[in-house]
Ligand binder design. Structure first.
Ligand SMILES: Nc1nc2c(ncn2[C@@H]2O[C@H](COP(=O)(O)OP(=O)(O)OP(=O)(O)O)[C@@H](O)[C@H]2O)c(=O)[nH]1
Ligand SMILES: [Mg+2]
Length: 197
């Protein structure tokens, strides 16, 4: 099971809350530097990925190298990935997307979700994190834009694939956790005692 997302999106924070693992979190992007593996049971490993996409403070070369490593890892393991959870910072989604659009790029989050869907042959779960940082109306606008962008040619549904959550307050995490559990159970994984499931 892999957790992907841009630097600082809150991947490690969500893993802490959802799986109860003592993974390192940090205020600055680039906290998780390596592809970090944590066994959950005899046949399931949880993988905390470093941030994917632009990394403030890193040289373009290092950034490309890191991103390349992540893509290669995901591609080479695709057959063995039971579940992917993509974590994004929904509180800044519109702002970041506009900035990227001006430069002619599409959202890294949208790209990653599409890439995961392609290599896994099924949709990843999406944790739309940091909902505590915005007011409801702003959250709705950001979520709507994300769903609009992701919806092109696919069928993502809030509450089924996309979960608004806050790793800080815990809001929405039980729904995400339930969904992770259901997906894994459907694939025959049972005793996830470390996840408290
Ligand atoms: N307000 C708020 N802050 C959060 C939330 N989730 C994570 N953070 C904060 O965001 C920062 C980054 O969290 P991490 O969990 O280290 O993020 P990451 O995606 O693992 O980052 P990298 O390992 O650097 O790629 C930390 O300061 C967290 O405390 C959230 O839901 N709300
Ligand atoms: Mg991390």
């Amino acid at each position: 099971m892999v957790f992907t997302g841009r630097p600082n999106a809150g991947k490690s924070s969500i893993i802490r809350k959802v799986a109860g693992l003592e993974v390192t979190i940090g205020k600055r992007p680039g906290t998780t530097r390596r592809i970090s593996k944590y066994p959950l049971s005899s046949d399931l490993v949880l993988v905390d990925m470093p941030g994917f996409g632009r990394m403030m403070g890193a040289s373009k070369r290092l950034e490309d190298k890191k991103n390349d490593q992540i893509i290669k890892f995901l591609e080479s393991c695709a057959q063995n990935i039971a579940l992917a959870v993509h974590v994004l910072d929904i509180s800044t989604f519109l702002e970041v997307t506009w900035r990227l659009e001006k430069k002619g790029f599409i959202s890294v989050d949208v790209e990653m979700v599409q890439f995961l869907t392609e290599i896994l042959g099924e949709s990843p779960l999406v944790a739309a994190n940091k909902i505590d940082k915005v007011h409801r109306r702003e959250l709705e606008a950001n979520l709507e834009e994300f769903m609009h962008q992701i919806g092109k040619g696919s069928l993502f549904i809030v509450g089924e694939h996309v979960f608004p959550v806050s790793a800080k307050t815990g809001e929405g995490l039980s729904a995400l956790k339930n969904s992770i559990h259901k997906r894994l159970e459907a694939k025959g994984y049972r005793t996830l005692s470390k996840m408290g499931l």
